[in-house]
Design a protein around this ligand. Structure first.
Ligand code: ASP
Length: 308
């Protein structure tokens, strides 16, 4: 089977000054995932590699460069899911880890539990020999400045309305040559969130879903809206009913918009290896592999996805 891959590095109103670096970031992630897939690697390894690279990229709100919560702390969420077995691993509100997606993978492979949060997740990371880090290693000046600015607005809460403070998440979905699909998502969550707040990203079916019979999807956007419509599963269910990846992505975003009024974006791969994306935010940072194996990366504009 011909492999397929699509990744995203946020859908929102993306700060102009980050466009070039962001496009480079999603391109590098797609290249890394694609190199694995074309060498016969698994979809699971490809999405983990792509998302881990975006976590390492300080421009993106995942891993290094994550948003600070209202107490100035960084709490990270991630999920990875294997479409072959429906196995999944997820972490939520974990501190002091540079690559939450790798921790999610370790949880998945351990196979005892599927979702670990907070201190328990951190202890599991330590048990598995992952390197723990100080918050300073995850913190970038852009987010400290944003935090200070939001702190001055004492009553500020992230509402999910479009604002100059973009919400971010990174994600990847892939199909490998064995016909297996996988999805992964990682985020620092919304800016100035309450401590302990968990969005859609690490929640199975909301932030990501993967099932060989239906395809795989990963989402970004306002978590409190996305989880109400279980957005990723809404898309893969639609693909299972026969929609192409692009149709399923557009359908899911329509459901999000019509049922909750919320904003977000989604990437989808269907079991035939077609990829698609859609968003109702002004922009979405996206990279996918075309029919000829070349990588397309861009900040997509406008309110509807397009055929890819
Ligand atoms: N979905 C993430 C959250 O709500 C943020 C985002 O994707 O923009 O935590």
């Amino acid at each position: 089977m011909k492999p397929a891959l699509i990744v995203h590095g946020d859908a929102w109103e993306i700060e102009e000054e980050s466009h070039v670096e962001r496009v480079a970031g999603v391109r590098a992630a797609a290249e890394a995932g694609w190199a694995l897939l074309t060498a016969g690697g698994s979809a699971l390894d490809a999405v983990e590699r792509a998302v881990a690279l975006m976590e390492d990229n300080p421009v993106l709100n995942a891993g290094v460069g994550s948003a600070l919560n209202r107490e100035g702390e960084i709490e990270l969420d991630a999920i990875i899911m294997d479409g072959r077995t429906l196995a999944l691993g997820a972490v939520a509100a974990v501190r002091g880890i540079t690559n939450p997606v790798k921790l999610a993978r370790l949880i998945m492979e351990d196979a005892v539990h599927s979702l670990l949060v907070g201190e328990g997740a951190r202890r599991f990371a330590e048990l598995k020999g992952m390197r723990l880090c100080a918050q300073a290693e995850l913190t970038v000046s852009r987010e400290v400045e944003r935090f200070r600015r939001l702190q001055e607005r004492a009553s500020y809460h992230p509402t999910g309305q479009l604002s100059p403070d973009p919400m971010d998440t990174v994600g990847a979905v892939a199909l490998d040559s064995a016909g297996n699909v996988a999805a992964a998502t990682s985020t620092g969550g919304v800016h100035f969130k309450m401590p302990g707040r968990v969005g859609d990203s690490p929640l199975v079916g909301s932030g990501a879903y993967a099932d060989n019979l239906a395809g795989a999807a990963a989402t970004t956007g306002h978590g409190e809206s996305i989880m109400r419509v279980v957005l990723a599963k809404t898309a893969t269910d639609a693909a299972e009913r026969g929609m192409s990846a692009q149709e399923a992505a557009e359908y899911a975003i329509r459901v999000l918009h019509e049922r909750t009024g919320g904003f977000g974006g989604i990437i989808v791969v269907d079991p035939h290896g077609r990829v698609g994306y859609a968003y109702n935010t002004p922009q979405m940072a996206i990279a996918w592999v075309g029919e000829d194996g070349s990588i397309h990366a861009e900040i997509a504009q406008q309110a509807a996805g397009k055929d890819v």
